[in-house]
Design a binder for this molecule. Structure first.
Ligand code: WTA
Length: 633
């Protein structure tokens, strides 16, 4: 599967466009199928309907575990580094991971789980999170992992939307010096979730929890039952390539987060192929992705991609700056990490600490670096290249999305010539097009437009859970016969792609996708708020910060306290990750006569660029703009 030179890339790319089915068939042949497909691809982007490898039978965990046992059973699959560096790390070999996944799949079965059930997983970054994910997949249950930073309310929304019947969680979690009472958050969420029959709770922080009789069980007790029953194996459920593998909720420009659905076969092939190629993974290499499994990056490039390729993947529970800003470099040093994959926000944050945290850290094991989540600005690119990679490691700037399942536009390490700030070229199988406002394709180089994809790839989303129409309108209705990414993009004279950021009302804050409408809804829940408008503004570390303009006429007390109350409301409704960085109280919002908020103006003010606000004559009350300008933060 591995592309070894640039001419090979060009050849593979050409083939993937001219004979896509043959191209992907040859890739898919590298995986373990119980039965091969009846048809490689059928598709249209109007409904949309996308099917890859339909009729093929497989279980993704046989690809991630069973098939490695004979040759690599004793090789580390997961190396786990705890939050607290003074505590013991853990290593799970492929054989050990296999045993634990089988064991926990039996636990799930004992607790009533069956193929097709939806199971919510809300856990910190412990090995049992990966085990839970894989156990669901082995049993054919559809996992819906919810990131640990989300509130009870957000979890409840996700559980309700997918009608989950089981929740897997821990007593608590730790990130740096912060403790998260995970089980308590789940208890709060479940007040609204009658579909949940069982909660399986792993002991982790020994935080006191309330265990409800008949509903809540301890992970460890359930494992003991399996052991006394003498069950060791769990025969993997046979899945169709197009059966659902997981749901992952992500924010869009309108409404509540939607459940992006990925299926077993295509996703597996795509995650494995892109991992192997972009990082040029070689047997024995230690790979460290700093993401959380609560996001797509963790799904595809901590769990499924690396494990399907027999890689050693490092899982880290903590944060980059605790106990100090040398934490990542200690981990690289400790495990002799070869491939290090992180996010621009982390790079910028660590950069701000200067060189001191790097002193005495041996980073000589590194051979390849990666970045994901937002544009990697040139300053951060060069720092990463010089200080971390010592100018000998290619930087693989991977552009992709929850919806794409895997890398789309990305260099192939040591194959694709790099350009700082560029995600470079599409991987084989990916056919990007740039379109103008009218939806016309913009041909040639040295152009920019909205980024769309015109042909299906195996890892793409199939639907949004429970609402196919939403999938159609969000991604396939903006431009006819194209998948619309929501990103703006530039294609330079060499045909290289540079992602310029979202063109819709989605913010990218520290690499986390946040819908402005969602934050506004949360702010508006606060009792004294009449209305609000949220926009992004450039932020040195986070990439984008959240700027909220809030109409709060009866707010007469301390504005600082009022701000804190609003922050608290957003934390409660969505989670701490969506808290506004700036809250400006305003008397009114700039609206057109038809009542539409003119965000363009607010964005300019938030960016601190008030010199040219453009045409404001269509505003109902142009006067509010002056007030807002005067009070800008
Ligand atoms: C942005 C994360 C520039 C982009 C895998 C996209 C990027 C959104 C890059 C998806 C990159 C991701 N360069 N921008 N290398 N990678 N993005 O769904 O705006 O959490 O649409 O998936 O992140 O975020 P998501």
């Amino acid at each position: 599967m591995k592309i070894k030179s640039f001419p090979e890339y060009e050849q593979a790319y050409k083939k993937s466009v001219e004979q896509p089915e043959q191209f992907w068939k040859e890739i898919a042949d590298n995986f373990l199928w119980r039965k091969k497909w009846d048809k490689i691809l059928s598709w249209n982007f109007t409904e949309p309907k996308i099917e890859w490898f339909k009729g093929a039978k497989l279980n993704i965990t046989e690809n991630c575990l069973d098939r490695h046992l004979e040759t690599m059973g004793d090789k580390p699959a997961i190396i786990w580094e705890p939050n607290d560096p003074t505590e013991d790390h853990r290593v799970l070999t492929y054989k050990q991971l296999y045993d634990k996944v089988c064991q926990f799949a039996n636990v799930l079965k004992n607790n009533g789980a069956k193929k097709g059930d939806r199971i919510c997983i809300y856990m910190p970054m412990v090995p049992e999170l990966a085990i839970a994910v894989l156990a669901c997949a082995r049993l054919g249950a559809i996992h819906s992992v919810v990131f640990g930073g989300f509130s009870a309310q957000s979890i409840a929304d996700r559980i309700l939307d997918a009608e989950c019947n089981i929740v897997i969680t821990t007593d608590g979690g730790v990130r740096g010096d912060k403790k998260i009472p995970m089980k308590t958050v789940i208890d709060d969420a479940l007040v609204r979730c009658p579909s949940v029959q069982k909660v399986i709770v792993l002991t982790h922080t020994r935080t006191p929890v309330s265990m409800i009789k008949g509903r809540d069980v301890w992970w460890e007790d359930e494992i003991k039952k399996i052991e006394t029953q003498g069950k060791k194996e769990f025969i993997a459920e046979e899945m169709d390539a197009e059966d659902m593998l997981f749901i992952l909720y992500t924010s869009g420009s309108t409404g509540k987060p939607k459940g992006v659905v990925h299926t077993c076969g295509g996703y597996m092939v795509y995650a494995g192929y892109t991992f192997t190629n972009a990082f040029q993974y070689e047997p024995g290499e230690v790979y460290f992705c700093t993401a959380d499994i609560g996001w797509i990056t963790g799904h595809s490039y901590i769990v499924y991609g690396p494990l399907s390729q027999g890689a050693t993947t490092v899982m880290f529970e903590g944060v980059p700056t605790w106990p100090d800003a040398g934490r990542f470099w200690d981990i690289v040093d400790k495990y002799k990490v070869n491939i290090f994959y992180t996010a621009p926000t982390a790079i910028r944050s660590l950069m701000s600490f200067g060189d001191e945290p790097l002193n005495g850290k041996d980073l000589s094991s590194l051979t390849k670096l990666g970045s994901v989540g937002e544009p990697l600005n040139e300053e951060a690119w060069h720092w990463f290249d010089e200080r971390i990679g010592k100018k000998k490691c290619p930087i693989v700037d991977t552009w992709w999305q929850t919806e794409t399942g895997g890398f789309m536009i990305s260099p192939i390490a040591n194959v694709t010539p790099l350009k700082p700030g560029y995600a470079t070229l599409p991987l084989p199988g990916v056919q990007p097009v740039l379109v103008d406002e009218k939806g016309e394709e913009i041909q040639g180089n040295g152009v920019s437009g909205n980024l769309c994809i015109k042909f299906p790839w195996p890892g793409m989303l199939r639907t949004t859970y429970g609402d196919h129409e939403r999938c159609r309108t969000t991604y396939f209705a903006t431009y006819k016969d194209l998948y619309f990414t929501g990103d703006g993009c530039l294609r330079d004279e060499d045909g290289y792609y540079r992602i310029t950021g979202r063109v819709d009302d989605v913010l990218n804050v520290s690499g986390h996708r946040i819908g402005t409408a969602e934050v506004e809804n949360a702010i508006n829940m606060h009792s004294s708020v009449v209305e609000s408008a949220v926009v992004g503004y450039p932020h040195d570390i986070k990439g984008q910060g959240v700027y909220a303009f809030v109409v709060c006429p009866n707010q007469h007390g301390d504005p600082e306290l009022a701000r804190k109350d609003i922050m608290m409301t957003v934390s409660r409704i969505i989670g701490a990750i969506a808290k506004p960085d700036k809250i400006q109280f305003v008397t009114g919002l700039p609206k057109t006569r038809s009542g539409k908020i003119m965000r363009r103006i607010l964005r300019k003010i938030a960016e601190g660029d008030t010199s040219n606000l453009g045409d404001i004559s269509t505003l109902l009350d142009p006067g509010v703009v002056e007030d807002i300008k005067a009070g800008a933060l």
